[in-house]
Design a protein. Sequence first.
Length: 594
Amino acid sequence: MRMSRHFPKTLRSVSEDLTQAHALMLRAGLIRQVSPGIYTLLPLGWRVHQKVKRIIFEEMEKREVHNLEFPILQPKEIWQKTGRWEKYLKTKTMFTTKELFSQQDFGLAPTAEEVATTLAMAEIQSWRDLPQHFHQIGPKFRDEIRPRLGLLRAREFSMSDAYSFDADEEGMRRSFQMYREIYQSIFQRVGLNRFISVQADSGAIGGSGSAEFMALSEEVGEDFLLTCEACDYGANVEKADSVYRKPRYGPARERSRKVHTPGIRTVEELKNFFKGEKIQPHHMVKTVLLSVIPSENREAYEVAVCIRGDLDVNLTKVRNLLKADEVFPAEGEVVERLTGAEVGFAGPLGLEGRVERILFDLSTKGMTNFLCGCNETDYHQLDVNFGVDLPLPKEWYNLHIAQRGHRCPECRKGKLIERRGIEVGHVFMLQTSYSAPLSATYTDANGQEQLLWMGCYGIGTTRLMQAIVDQNRDEDGIVWPWSVAPYQVMVVVANSSDAQQAQLGEEIYRHLRGLGLEVMLDDRDYCSAGEKFKDADLLGFPFRVTVGRYAKEGLAELKERKTGRRGRSEKLSVEGIGERLLEHWKGGDPAAAR
């Protein structure tokens, strides 16, 4: 490709409120926004995406995974059988449409578990057909409420999704581990240099266990992760557990007392208000009222969660405990209606019967003489005790948010460290959660009918592109890894009006292309050398060949992009440049090394 014919032109500036990776993708001409959350992949972006997909397809086929293609338009009926049609409509996640004449409902697939399971149900007959693995890369649609961060939170995106079908739980776990290994290889090959696998919540996909692959990012990490400083434990903050300090509480006093606390609502305000009595947050029980949208067909309801004052409620853990579709903080008017008090004075005293359930976090177990709200504006209750002022809970639940500085729940030695990451992959053990409602079975060696055990595995291929840019950039632009670079070499003719430079640039361009390299020739006669160098740095192809002052000697300068402005260049002949680049291609490319 020649820069004089390349589309589109680079941009010198974009909106200042964008993340650096998003801004670079716009400036370099990889993407353009059509509408919030909807993007066109421009020629350079398309080339990167094709290379990402090729690597994924190759890694799948190495492990004998079948590459195929599922339809995007999927009938309502199969989604109804798994209960996800109503769930996805209720949470406003799926785009739907109707067939014009029959009025049959269809969904634009945000994921493909149902259609993959339907295929398995029709084709897998006996244990001899197992295991089976299906994989595709295709467009997906999700009605993001607030699309943002470029390709990271989009309404239309491309995704690699694979599905495994096994005879039993042991086989499912083997497949799960196989895909974790495949993902490790994929992310290494595409040039992610900092990624980790962490425990994650399964969310709307379901199943019993899942793990996320997170590309670490200090600037734009959309998810918060907690990892142990002493072992390999790591989890998304929604899933993470932790060990927190449990102080010793004194014996219960006989009688509690109500205290006037005008306008004092938060834990920090209460701490300052009672500083003379040295009441710390771990001496308090705060009550959080939550609205619940149940998964079954019934009206929404409210629950209360009581937790120690220095901890916070993990909404994902509450949602999973209640097997609900959605859980969120109750609106202020709902809190006031249920408690009879303004927001900030809710408490467990007298709340029984006003909400569907009162859930006590494990952190409250063993607490004595604690402070809590008493459902009366401007008042709190001191020296409250279970078995005296409150019935002793029949059960406590682990509902707290793990925090930085808490002890690791696995080794119990190291402290948890907070990090930020971009989710680039997610793997799930689905068990029989889809095969059971869709009656996907096989006949075992004894002639008995058994349910298929499933796993599913996803990589957001377009969001992966942005994660690659996020980890491979400097102050001047993108620094593409060789394996996914849109072009591998930029040949810059410093002065295109100089006949010797133009001729040598053309000769190098043709020679490198003849060797099988992907080359961009900057032959623009309307740009200065400085503008060309800025564009070369912005576009970030792995190598730059500068044809300039040494053209009379038949030499040009070869420089590696990742060395930055101060990197050294080599003066080489046309053949020497080709030899050096071939050495790198065959010796340094992770894809070639395999």
